[in-house]
Design a protein around this ligand. Structure first.
Ligand SMILES: Nc1ncnc2c1ncn2[C@@H]1O[C@H](COP(=O)(O)OP(=O)(O)O)[C@@H](O)[C@H]1O
Ligand SMILES: [Mg+2]
Length: 353
């Protein structure tokens, strides 16, 4: 994988627990007797990955990130240049889950009401009634979110934060779960309205899709040559293999994954390190630190462990934190990026052992 530093998960969680989890490093409490991540539930999530792989070649890190977000019930922002299969990836993920899904293409002329819903006049009853918008669903695919102006973006960002929408002064609760997977082109692209920085932390993870490796790209072409049609996922054999009950059970197990105090300390030190970085005007908040804990825990569980290691924290630092820091203008001019800052911090914070 080219973008190794940003790859969350290094090995795909689909690999079966071939050997028992390695013994905890010194200082780490052993997992409580009787709890080990269930092979059956982990297999269910590996099955989801296998469905996605029927359409999407490679992009393992992004797929892992999406699975982690499902386990954490967090929103995801997926960034990449046009044509790297952002849309295909989220469509295929949706097709491999038994969840109610809607997709909205965020165009420049989309109005807030097109997302949240609006009051419509019914001539028969001479009354207004609420027509729910696509946001009333379990999994919302918000495609090209930064192509729509701020007003429409913020209608979605508000819904994500509050898990309800207010139309005509009346709050209406969104279904549970409510997950947003948004895609966007990098900000340099023309005709984009950058998401408000202050609201970016509503996304649990920001995943970046790199250009594929040569071999992966050849495989994409091979599939096309063999008749793969990205518009017909059913024909590619993609089918729903996990439902909400499975996700809920997996999530309950993730909540039992142990985290030693030293590992909590390590996650906190990484976040505090960003606050001291001379390249940043804004470091990671305590909310960001809790997000890092949550994603590292889900990753530990997916890896078949009942406890979190510092490496889990390290593996999730980039996708969980990269959108929660703000670069100083001077640093940006010098070519510093959120990724390089996070690398520097990770290299400087002592790892507990
Ligand atoms: N990693 C990949 N795996 C499979 N198909 C890919 C991959 N990358 C690009 N493609 C092909 O390119 C097309 C464009 O993908 P799309 O999801 O529309 O990209 P984006 O939303 O990033 O602009 C896909 O339909 C697919 O045919
Ligand atoms: Mg697209």
């Amino acid at each position: 994988m080219t973008d190794d530093v940003t790859v969350p998960p290094s090995s795909p969680p689909s690999s079966p627990p071939s050997s028992p989890p390695s013994p905890p490093a010194g200082g780490q409490p052993a997992a409580p007797a009787g709890f080990a991540p269930s092979v059956e539930l982990r297999q269910a999530l590996a099955d989801v990955r296998a469905q996605v792989a029927k359409a999407v070649v490679g992009q393992d890190a992004a797929v892992s990130g999406l699975v982690i977000a499902l386990l954490c019930r967090g929103h995801v922002l997926l960034e990449g240049v046009p044509g790297v299969a952002k849309t295909l990836l989220v469509r295929t993920l949706a097709a491999s889950l038994q969840l109610e899904t809607k997709r909205v293409q965020f165009t420049p002329d989309l109005m807030p009401g097109d997302v949240t819903g609006s009051l419509v006049y019914d001539a028969r009853t001479a009354q207004f009634s609420f027509r729910a918008g696509p946001v009333f669903t379990n999994l919302l695919l918000a495609d090209e979110i930064n192509r729509t102006p701020p007003k429409t973006q913020s209608s979605l960002l508000e819904a994500m934060e509050e898990r309800q929408v207010s139309v005509d002064g009346e709050p209406r609760r969104l279904p549970d779960p409510f997950l947003v997977i948004a895609t966007q082109n990098p900000v340099e692209y023309e005709g984009t309205y950058p998401l408000p920085e202050a609201q970016l932390d509503r996304f649990l993870l920001k995943l970046t899709l790199p250009l594929p490796e040569r071999e992966d790209e050849v495989e994409v072409l091979a599939r096309h040559a063999a008749g793969f049609d990205p518009r017909d996922l059913a024909a590619a054999g993609v089918r729903p293999v996990a439902d909400q009950a499975v996700l809920d059970r997996a999530r309950a197990e993730v909540a039992r994954v142990q985290v030693a105090r030293e590992v909590l300390g390590y996650a906190v030190d990484v976040c505090r390190g960003t606050r001291r970085s001379p390249s940043l005007s804004l470091g990671v908040s305590p909310r960001g630190a809790t997000a890092l804990l949550a994603t590292a825990r889900a990753w530990a569980w997916l890896s078949g462990r009942a406890y979190v290691t510092p490496d889990d924290v390290k593996a999730l630092a980039h996708p969980t934190l990269r959108h929660r820091v703000q670069l100083r203008a001077e640093a940006e001019l010098e070519g510093v990026t959120a990724e390089t800052v996070l690398d520097t911090v990770l290299a400087s914070v002592p790892v507990p052992r």
